[in-house]
Design a binder for this molecule. Structure first.
Ligand code: GLU
Length: 514
């Protein structure tokens, strides 16, 4: 019964919308960090704004002062910036409609609530928390929907004045009308809902003087001239309330489009609490921003067929995504996030970057830093191979083998960077190493694993050296490892020059030359 009453009716969709002077906003509450769902909302608003040469605004909704996370505002901006989402107006950018942080706009809300009070559309409520709790408990016991009984609506102006003069604590509530109301959702079609059946008059100014989300959100969307509100579907149930507030002020509401939920691939809910869905987590784990953006775009829908049909992921540039973005193509069913696709996009983006000279150079510098951070504490910098050309070759070799840049310093690829300093073999046959070095010196560059294997086998046969023992020795000389990629592959990865350098280092060591 409870469920039925709460249900909202959703009818066929009329998918037309105006697109002049587009102003959209992303309005996060700084009660936590940016996560995948939030990034999707920000991205879709941004793409929509760019598509119609509009403005993308960042507004911080910090009216719940009890749940603020101290560095969240800065982090949110860093995360958006990292993602390539450019803010036209916001707390750091400024703009003609600021301030863009709600806690700095309290006088604006005060002024607007007075308008509603004067018109008799809002009223002071003096009910104590205790009374509200009691109402709630009684309703639950009677299997009714718990809601405020609107008692303070009936207070006379004199009664209110006396209570206020006595300094009694109060909040301000908005008078909800009792009709079923409707709005047309750009994504879900007609939505009908009767707020008063499910809720009592909602609080719009809390007893601490701060506005509630609903009130501040409506006042700001109007004053900031927001034309389209694109936000998560979890807010859809609030929209009728917002529409009623617009009506009370005699304002034209913006158009509303609610974005369906993003779910895990198995249909379970994404939780904000899952540390790993914080955007900063992906950044710290070497996911490229464009990979992230494409991953979200491909999961959330709303793009032309071209992008949706792509079975093999391809990272589209922001410009391409703007062109392909089409609000009317967003389906009302939830989007599924296939986490493994994120890595596919990342690999794709790594390849794309390697094809540009400038990006390739940046990648080389990043790899250098990764190697230094990974190994400098453990080995001398002089035993790291950090020459630009070498890193470049390694990157081109690795591009089809790694998911993200940091994989390049993983345990099994450590030998690429660190020149081994000690041999982990008892009684090594240094003569064999000497012979092998001489043989290799006269060879062309060996860049193919199979021919190298034959080369190694022939060498052992010619010199009557036991193949398996020599492979063990060579592995240790070249990598300092007991396990890892095959020796032939190691030589391919290191290249002839570096292989010779390692053979020589080992020979010198054994002769006491350092
Ligand atoms: N402050 C709300 C949030 O944190 C904004 C919802 C809206 O966009 O209206 O998601």
């Amino acid at each position: 019964m409870l469920k039925l009453m709460r249900s909202i009716k959703c009818n066929s969709n009329i998918r037309t919308y105006k697109t002049d002077n587009v102003r959209v906003r992303f309005a996060p509450s700084p009660t936590g960090y940016l996560h995948l769902g939030g990034l999707r909302t920000a991205l879709y608003n941004f793409l929509f704004a760019k598509k119609y040469n509009g403005k993308f605004i960042l507004r911080i909704e910090d009216t719940d002062q009890t749940r603020l996370v101290p560095d969240a505002i800065q982090q949110l901006q860093n995360d958006l910036n990292w993602s390539g989402i450019e803010i036209d107006e916001g707390p750091s950018q400024g703009g003609c409609f600021g301030p863009y942080i709600q806690s700095s706009r309290l006088s604006v809300y005060r002024e607007h609530v007075h308008f509603l009070l004067d018109k008799g559309l809002a009223y002071h409520c003096f009910c104590s928390d205790r009374r509200l709790q009691l109402l709630r408990r009684e309703a639950l016991r009677a299997h009714e929907i718990p809601k405020y009984d609107n008692r303070c609506r009936e207070l006379s102006l004199d009664e209110v004045k006396t209570k206020l003069d006595k300094g009694e604590v109060s909040c301000i509530r908005f008078k909800i009308n009792e009709n079923e109301e409707q709005f047309n959702d750009l994504i879900y079609g007609d939505i009908t809902y009767n707020v008063s059946l499910n809720e009592g008059d909602p609080v719009i100014i809390k007893s601490d003087g701060y506005p509630t989300y609903h009130f501040a959100n409506v006042v700001d969307d109007h004053l900031m001239k927001i034309t389209h509100v694109l936000r998560g579907v979890e807010w859809q149930i609030s929209t009728i309330k917002h529409v009623l507030l617009y009506r009370a002020f005699n304002w034209n509401p913006p158009l509303f489009g609610h974005l369906p939920l993003l779910m895990n691939a198995d249909g379970t809910k994404l939780s904000k609490r899952q540390g790993d869905i914080k955007i900063s987590h992906y950044r710290e784990n070497n996911i490229f921003p464009l990979a992230m953006i494409n991953f979200i775009a491909h999961s959330g829908g709303g793009f032309s067929k071209d992008l949706e049909r792509h079975l093999k992921p391809r990272c589209y540039s922001i410009g391409e995504l703007v062109n392909q973005f089409d609000l009317t193509r967003i389906k009302s069913h939830s989007g599924k996030l296939m986490m493994e696709r994120l890595l596919e996009f990342n690999r794709h983006e790594l390849k794309r970057r390697l094809h540009s000279v400038e990006e390739e150079h940046n990648l080389i510098l990043q790899v250098k830093e990764l190697v230094q951070n990974a190994f400098c504490g453990r080995v001398l910098e002089s035993s790291l191979q950090l020459n630009q050309e070498y890193i470049r070759n390694i990157l081109h070799w690795a591009v089809n083998r790694i998911d993200k840049l940091s994989d390049i310093v993983s345990k099994d690829l450590e030998f690429i960077w660190v020149i081994p300093t000690e041999l982990k073999i008892e009684e090594p046959d240094m003569n064999a190493v000497e012979l092998f070095k001489a043989k290799l010196e006269n060879e062309e560059e060996l860049s193919e694993k199979n021919s190298l294997n034959t080369f190694l086998k022939n060498f052992c046969e010619e010199n009557k050296i036991k193949f398996s023992n020599f492979m063990k020795l060579l592995r240790s000389v070249l990598s300092g490892l007991k396990e890892g990629p095959g020796v032939a592959e190691m030589i391919v990865i290191l290249g002839k020059k570096n292989t010779l350098r390692r053979l020589e280092t080992c020979l010198n060591k054994s002769k006491g030359i350092s």
